[in-house]
Write a protein that binds this ligand. Sequence first.
Ligand SMILES: *Cc1c(COP(=O)(O)O)cnc(C)c1O
Length: 463
Amino acid sequence: MQDRLRRLPKVQSVLDSEGAAGLIAAYGYDDVANAVRAQVQEMRDQILSASATDDAEVSIDAMLTQAEGNLANARVATLRPVINATGIIIHTNLGRARLAPEAIDAMQEVALNYSTLELDIETGKRGSRHAHVEDLICQLTGAEAAIVVNNCAAAILTSLTALGAGKPIIASRGEMVEIGGSFRMPDVIAQSGCVLHEVGTTNKTHLRDYETAIREDTALLLKSHTSNYAVVGFASAPKRKALADLAHKNETLLVEDLGSGVLVDLSPYGLPNEPIIRDVLSEGVNLVTFSGDKLLGGPQAGIIAGRRDCVDQIRAHPMARAVRIDKLSLAALHATLDLYRAPNNPFERIPVLQALAEPIDCVHARATLLSARLSTHDVIKTSILQTAARAGGGALPQQDLPSFAVALAMDGVSPDQIARRLRSAAVPVLGRISNDQFLLDMRAITNADMDTLSDSVTTTLTA
Ligand SMILES: *Cc1c(COP(=O)(O)O)cnc(C)c1O
């Protein structure tokens, strides 16, 4: 063993070798040295654990070849595009909403140039970054005032902290949601410094439960959209309007976390009504919070909209500065919101809404095309299935969206293995497994994705 250890190439002699010069020019001395050091260490560990069976001399050239592969792999960005064939349109793990071209252009302009981010161009004095989208949000929602922060979680935390820290707030046990990624409503409330007074039960909360809980110093009633699950059966909660009236009669506030929140009526497209922000505010909710990158179809952002004095109080709180939105997201959000204004039709311009509203015939046509392309390869067997896609992003949890998928099968290859191979493609393809079949769902795919999708699948599965 000692002999084998002694025969391992020295790191320095690999680095000083003629072949290393090119590698060092390409990757820099430090990275190459680290790669070679790691390789030598690995070989040493293998010898010590007696797992190295090959007793042959390791050549410096072989080490350099492997180092080059490792260095190249380490430089591929881990954040890169994938094809979303999961059938979930707003997929948090896959980056949620794709942006409209207008939003991308707006980001580019602001990224390339200095901008009026915090400049009042008329007076030449300092302006507010929030001013760029506030009017537009107010127009689209009927709110008196609005402020935008980093995401909806930050919007809730900041709102609660600014409006209720140190005071009791009232919320229903039936709405103590966990969104995922360790965002749990009771924890967020605790973090805000508000004192949570939970009322009602998991399935039923009555207006009188809130009523008896209200005290002189109650800061607000908090309603949360139970966006990623539904309590069905023997279940009820007070109507929003009744809750708002109760809050106002007692000189307190009703705040609602809507999570997704939509600006437009989705019912003409066969989708049930997610609460529309404008309606929620007109029913008397004083303040709403919602995400920029869910059904709105914009960049990551958290929008707080409602009564002016509440928004002013939030804007003045130090936490609002800590979670402020960046200029690129702000530019993208403005451009996205602009697509909701006449004469634009958001269903034709915003990718999330396009995917939701696309006629089933178009989805089917893509399935047919993909199936035809893939089945020219003998090893891939395809069939077309009717499926149920989802909006995702904690929106419309119960609602199946009609869709079609291409099921892939290969002799001697399990659905899991197909999934793994497609994830390893240069442009990874994410599908889903259902009833022991690997499916490529076409609802979240666009026509522009089709070439990349079929190339990725054929290259990976026929290799
Ligand atoms: C998604 C969601 C959030 C969190 O929004 P982010 O923008 O991801 O921070 C909060 N509340 C509800 C009800 C949600 O659905």
